[in-house]
Write a protein that binds this ligand. Structure first.
Ligand SMILES: [Zn+2]
Length: 350
C-alpha cells in the first residue's frame, strides 16, 4: 500500500457516502447512494462495500478505513450500541468486523477500520480541517433534521463514559416544554431546535403556510411574522443549550453547522442575541462560528481517524492490535494531520 489515501464512509439515515481521501484532506474520488435503511444491517454494510469498491477503482488502494455512522457507537469495539429506527436493527451490529471482512473480500487487502458516531466524525472533521482547526477545545453542534453535538477536549473528540458526550439534543430547555422530543420526553432541545422541531413549533403557534422547517425559515426570511417568531424561538432554544454546554465545558470555540444553521441571518441573530443575554460575562467572548466543511465534514473526520490508524501501525483498529482490556491506542492520538486545507465545498451538513 502506498499510504496515499484512506477510505472514508458516512452512513446516514437516507444517504451513504464514501470517498478516497488523501493525507491533507483532499477528496480523490467519491460516490454516494441511498442507504437501504429499512433492509437490515447486512444490506447497509453491502451498500458500504459497493461504494468502497466504486471509489477504490478510481484512485490509490486505501491504507485504512474510517466509518461514521448514525447511532451510538462503541468506538473501542467498532460496534453499534443503540440506534433509532432510522436504521432498522442497526443496534448490535459489529460494523468494524463486517466492513473489514467485506473489504478483504472485495479489495483483496485487510484494512484497519475505525468506526465512530457520525456527529463525532463531523466534529473531528471541523477540528482537523475546518472551523475548529487548531483549537485545543471546542463544542461542535449540528442542527439539521435532528440535533447532534461533539465535544473536543485536549485536541481530540471525547465520547464520555456512555458514548454520548455532546448529545445536546436531549438537554431540558426552557421554551420547549410544549413539544415532545423524539426520545419520548417533553421539553428537550431537539423538540424545538431541530428542523422538525422548528416546523412543529410553528404549527403549535398556529402556522399553516409551511410544511417543514425549511419552509418556515423561507417564510420568515420573506417577512412572515409568525414564521419569524418560530425561527426566533427555535434559535433561542439552541442558544440556551449552547450556553449550558459552554458554561460546563468552557470551550475555545463553538462551531454551529447543519441545514437549519444555514437557514439565514434571522436564525443567527436570534442565536447570538440569546447567547449574549444568557451567558456569564467571562464567556461572552466565546466565538460562535459557522462550520466550514458542509456536507463533507463527517467524511473528512472519518478520514482523519483512519489516518490516525495508519500512523499508529499496520494492525491498529483490529482486534489483534488491542490488549486484553480492549484499550484503543489509536482513537485518542492527538497528533494533527499536517498542512490542513479547507475544501471549497459548501452545503447542508446534515
Ligand atoms: Zn430527548
Amino acid at each position: 500500500m502506498s499510504d496515499a489515501a484512506v477510505l472514508a464512509v458516512d452512513i446516514g439515515g437516507t444517504k451513504t457516502a464514501a470517498a478516497l481521501i488523501g493525507r491533507t484532506g483532499e477528496i480523490l474520488a467519491s460516490a454516494s447512494a441511498p442507504t437501504p435503511a429499512q433492509a437490515g444491517p447486512e444490506a447497509i454494510v453491502d451498500g458500504v462495500l459497493d461504494l468502497a469498491a466504486r471509489v477504490a477503482a478510481h484512485g490509490p488502494m486505501p491504507s485504512a478505513a474510517g466509518i461514521g455512522t448514525a447511532g451510538v457507537v462503541d468506538v473501542v469495539r467498532g460496534r453499534i450500541i443503540s440506534s433509532t429506527d432510522s436504521l432498522a436493527r442497526w443496534a448490535g451490529t459489529p460494523v468494524r468486523e463486517l466492513v473489514a471482512d467485506g473489504l478483504a473480500a472485495r479489495l483483496g487487502v485487510r484494512l484497519p477500520v475505525h468506526v465512530q458516531n457520525d456527529v463525532d466524525a463531523h466534529a473531528n472533521g471541523e477540528l482537523r480541517y475546518g472551523a475548529a482547526r487548531g483549537a485545543d477545545s471546542a463544542l461542535v453542534i449540528a442542527v439539521g433534521t435532528g440535533i447532534g453535538g461533539g465535544v473536543v477536549i485536549d485536541g481530540a473528540v471525547r465520547r464520555g463514559a456512555h458514548h454520548v458526550a455532546g448529545e445536546i439534543a436531549h438537554v431540558p430547555t426552557p421554551g420547549a416544554e410544549h413539544l415532545r422530543c423524539p426520545c419520548g420526553r417533553p421539553g428537550h432541545l431537539e423538540a424545538i431546535g431541530s428542523g422538525v422541531g422548528l416546523y412543529r413549533h410553528y404549527a403549535w403557534l398556529g402556522g399553516t403556510a409551511a410544511t417543514d422547517g425549511r419552509g418556515v425559515a423561507a417564510l420568515a426570511q420573506a417577512g412572515d411574522q409568525l414564521a419569524a417568531r418560530a425561527v426566533h424561538d427555535s434559535a433561542a432554544a439552541i442558544a440556551r443549550g449552547i450556553v449550558a454546554a459552554v458554561t460546563v465545558l468552557d470551550p475555545a470555540v463553538v462551531v454551529v453547522t447543519g441545514s437549519v444553521a444555514a437557514a439565514g441571518p434571522l436564525w443567527w441573530t436570534a442565536l447570538r442575541e440569546t447567547f449574549a443575554a444568557e451567558a456569564i460575562d467571562v464567556l461572552q467572548s466565546v466565538p460562535l462560528v459557522a462550520g466550514e466543511l458542509g456536507g463533507d465534514a463527517a467524511l473528512l473526520g472519518s478520514a482523519a481517524s483512519a489516518w490516525d490508524l495508519v500512523r499508529s501501525g499496520p494492525d491498529s483498529g483490529t482486534d489483534s492490535a488491542r490488549g486484553a482490556d480492549g484499550t484503543d491506542n489509536a482513537r485518542d492520538a492527538d497528533d494533527r494531520v499536517p498542512a490542513p486545507r479547507t475544501p471549497d465545498t459548501e452545503g447542508d451538513a446534515r
